[in-house]
Design a protein around this ligand. Structure first.
Ligand code: SF4
Ligand code: SF4
Length: 382
C-alpha cells in the first residue's frame, strides 16, 4: 500500500480509503474493514446517515463495531455532518445550521464510532452557496463548533465534501483557511474538478476522491484505452480509472464503497503501485482522447449547460454518456443509451444551440445528440 500526506496536515493516509456507505450488513462491514486494515488501508470516510436505522444502528455504529480493539493510531478517521438551512435532523447529522447542533453531531459521532478524536471532521455535501452560508456564516455557525472541537483536540483537522462547482470549492477554500481536506467527485470522464485538485495542491490542502468509478459505471473493458496508451491494452476500465486518479498530482486518496473482498483486493493492488500512472502517461492518455474527438474537445461535466435546454434534456448527462460510449469506447454504456426514452430521448433535440452557447467549450452538442439517437436506433435493431 502506498501512503500520502494529506496536504500540509502531516497526516499520512493510504492511497485507497474506505467509503463506508455500501455495506450490506454490520458483518459485511466488519469483514471488509478487517481485511482492508490487513492490506494497509487506513483512511475511513464515515457518514452518520449511512445505513441509518436508529441512533444505535447506523453507519457510524457499524464502523465503530468493526474497528473495536484496533489501535487508534493505525487508523485515520474522518466523520461528517451536513450543513443546510431548514429543519435539523441532528441524530442523523442532517440540515445542521447552528453551533449547538454541530456540537451534538460531533459528540454523537465520537460516541458511536467509539473513539476519543477524529483526524478529520468534514462538512458533508457543501455544494451550494446557501450550504456554505448555513455552515460558515455568523458566530452561531456549525463551523464555530468545529473550530472549538479542534481546539479541544476532539477533531484534528477540518474540511468539506463537495459536489459543487470548482469555482465554489476554490472560493470556500480561500475564504476559510481552516479547511485542510476536501472530498470531491472526479474521474477521467468528469474532469471539471481538476482545478480544485490543482488549487488544493498549491495550497497544502488534501484531496479525497469519492465515486472513483462513477457509481460503478466505469467498469468493464474498452479496446480504446490500449490505442490511447499501448501499456493499458487489456487493463480493465476500473483499474484504468483508479490509476488515472492516483496518477493525478494533488490527489491524496481515493475512497471506494467496497463491499466485496475481491473488489477490495483489486483496488488495493492498484493502490500499492509505486507509479500507477506517470505524469507523462497521464498526459498522453488525455491527449489521445482529445485527439479522438477530432479536436472538438471533451465534455468535462462542468454542468454550465444545466437548465439551458428548452426541451428539458439533461445535456451534461447525455454528453457524458455519449463520450464514454463513443470516445472512451465503453460498449457497456449501450444500456444507458437504450434507456434514453420519453423526456430523455435525444431525438427531442431541435438543434436550437442554447446549450452550445452555455458550454465553455462550445461543444457540438446537437451533433452528439443526433449521434446518440442513431446509436439508440441501432441498438433497437440489434
Ligand atoms: S441544441 Fe438540443 S440539446 Fe441543446 S438546448 Fe437546443 S434542444 Fe436542447
Ligand atoms: S456539455 Fe459543455 S457545458 Fe455541458 S457539462 Fe459538458 S462541457 Fe460543461
Amino acid at each position: 500500500m502506498q501512503y500520502r500526506l494529506v496536504g500540509d496536515t502531516g497526516v499520512s493516509v493510504s492511497a485507497l480509503g474506505f467509503g463506508t456507505m455500501r455495506y450490506t450488513s454490520p458483518e459485511n462491514a466488519r469483514e471488509v474493514i478487517q481485511a482492508g486494515l490487513e492490506l494497509g488501508v487506513n483512511y475511513f470516510d464515515i457518514g452518520s446517515a449511512y445505513h441509518w436505522r436508529s441512533p444505535e444502528e447506523n453507519g457510524e455504529t457499524w464502523v465503530g463495531r468493526a474497528i473495536a480493539g484496533v489501535p487508534r493510531e493505525r487508523m485515520v478517521l474522518s466523520a461528517k455532518a451536513q450543513p443546510r438551512l431548514g429543519e435539523a435532523r441532528v441524530e442523523m447529522g442532517l440540515s445542521i445550521h447552528t453551533r449547538d447542533q454541530m456540537w451534538q453531531c460531533i459528540e454523537n459521532s465520537l460516541r458511536r464510532v467509539g473513539v476519543e478524536y477524529f483526524d478529520f471532521y468534514q462538512l458533508w455535501d457543501m455544494s451550494a452557496d446557501d450550504h456554505f452560508a448555513a455552515a460558515c456564516e455568523g458566530q452561531d455557525s456549525p463551523l464555530q463548533a468545529m473550530r472549538e472541537a479542534r481546539d479541544q483536540g476532539l477533531v484534528r483537522h477540518l474540511g468539506f465534501t463537495c459536489h459543487g462547482s470548482a469555482e465554489q470549492a476554490i472560493r470556500w477554500l480561500g475564504d476559510i483557511p481552516d479547511f485542510r481536506i476536501c472530498t470531491i467527485y472526479y474521474n477521467f470522464n468528469d474532469r471539471a474538478s481538476e482545478e480544485i485538485v490543482t488549487y488544493a495542491r498549491e495550497h497544502g490542502v488534501g484531496i479525497v476522491i469519492m465515486g472513483p468509478l462513477r457509481g460503478g459505471i466505469l467498469v468493464g473493458e474498452s479496446e480504446v484505452f490500449g490505442r490511447a496508451l499501448p501499456e493499458l491494452a487489456g487493463v480493465p476500465v476500473q483499474e484504468v480509472a483508479l490509476r488515472f486518479l492516483l496518477g493525478t498530482d494533488g490527489v491524496t486518496t481515493v475512497i471506494s464503497g467496497m463491499k466485496a473482498i475481491s473488489e477490495l483486493e483489486q483496488n488495493a493492488r492498484v493502490a500499492a503501485m509505486a507509479e500507477p500512472m506517470t505524469a507523462d502517461q497521464r498526459a498522453r492518455f488525455m491527449a489521445a482522447f482529445e485527439e479522438f474527438t477530432h479536436g472538438e474537445g471533451l465534455c468535462t461535466n462542468c454542468r454550465y449547460c444545466a437548465g439551458a435546454c428548452p426541451e428539458g434534456l439533461p445535456v451534461s448527462q447525455h454528453m457524458s454518456t455519449y463520450q464514454l460510449y463513443e470516445i472512451f469506447g465503453m460498449t457497456n454504456m449501450a444500456t444507458q443509451i437504450a434507456a434514453m426514452t420519453g423526456n430523455m430521448d435525444p431525438g427531442l433535440c431541435t438543434g436550437c444551440g442554447k446549450c452550445v452557447e452555455a458550454c465553455p467549450q462550445s461543444l457540438p452538442i446537437p451533433r452528439r445528440m443526433e449521434r446518440l439517437k442513431e446509436i439508440a436506433a441501432s441498438l433497437e435493431r440489434e
